[in-house]
Write a protein that binds this ligand. Sequence first.
Ligand SMILES: C[C@@H]1N[C@@H](c2nc3ccccc3[nH]2)[C@H](O)[C@@H]1O
Length: 450
Amino acid sequence: KIELKHGSHRIGKRTDEVMQKWRGYGLGQFIHWGLYAIPGGEWNGKQYNGAAEWIRSWNGIPKSTYDSLIYKFNPVNFNADEWATTAKQMGAKYVTITTKHHDGFCLWPSKYTSYTVANSPWKKDIMKPLVDAYDKAGIDVILYFSVMDWNHPGWRYDIKTKEDSVAFEGFKQFTRNQLIELLTMYPTAKGLWFDGTWDKSWVKQAEFADQLETEMRKLRPGLIIGSRFRADEKGKRHFDANNVLMGDYEQGWERKLPNKIEDVHGNDWDCVMTVPENQWGYNKAWKGHIKTANELIEMTAKSVSLGGNFVLNFGPQGDGAIRKEEKQLATQIGNWMKINKEAIYNCQYAGLEKQDWGYFTKKTGGNKLYMVVFNAPVSGAYRVKLPAKMGITKAYALATPTQSLSTEEIHTNEYFIHLKKQGGDQPFVIVLETKNSSDNSGNVYDKAKT
Ligand SMILES: C[C@@H]1N[C@@H](c2nc3ccccc3[nH]2)[C@H](O)[C@@H]1O
């Protein structure tokens, strides 16, 4: 074990209520919105091949020209309630919103820089109406904050000279000021989602970042901060030099999902996902594979089956409207969630052997197992292996709870649940109510034969 002052300060999952609620969210919405939504991945008729929110880094645009986009920020179709309603309809339980992305433009009227909405034609705070609208919709708000800030003169990728270190000290105070300002202005925010923390300059700030995290947690008890915020004094990120998770949940699953439970090391985690291959900010020309609702529903079920949350990204247009393709996905996913949300909300890893038909989830603190089916077996027989002593007292399709399904024990603790081929192309859920035969209440038909 390596002696660390600024490594992880907790072993194992947080057990407080705020984190237990976070653990049960299942499905979230990410919002990437800022000046980059105005060009939308295109400049002077030329397409930028990278992620639209990175267009400032393209050598096809002078930096100062990009920075002057602040004078074009006037989102006449921005409607915070519409965004929150879209998320509500989709079934999202939390939202992560970019307060400031790498370009440094602030969606709130920060006192510590002039590069904010206050100095745009729009003039007004964007964050306040958004936080209020999502709060009203019963959707918890997490504030995304990029430490890397291309607009601030004190930002450095690394600290090589005396000048670098003087400049970066100013940048560190600026960063602290903005974070305290955000937590003070939006006190209902449940957490911070940090980004842009991979460069050497920040990785070298183990003590400062550790103290800042402690200060923020003191200011906002229960605040949720992921593993991406800070490095330990050995320069280790996400997991400290003793391989212990930093922060409250693993934040490394960006545009990728774990495949098996061993990949998540017993930690809380969330997966943040784009609809196209790699576009977070609005991009006019969505190229390549655009994920379908069924693909995104499967990623949600897979995330919950492995003990995490799935956070789907929306990149609103420069005028503040949400594009129709994203609205359509929110509606399709929402229609599925309306019927099947019981298998997603407040569910966790079931601890069962994965089967080909889909994913198991388990209700937290209950005796219900859910089989979220994506690949219906041609036989209509769904294999289920249970731990010894656990029996099935009832099985039914979630959509038709009064029609019990026949359960056949084919080997010790191994069953076939029989369900004739369902029509339609929608994933569906089978519920298994279970009982431990150690407690002899209620009959457990562990020898049931059809
Ligand atoms: C959540 C995502 N994180 C940002 C990002 N920047 C990166 C630079 C290099 C590799 C991965 C990156 N992800 C993306 O712009 C988006 O905000």
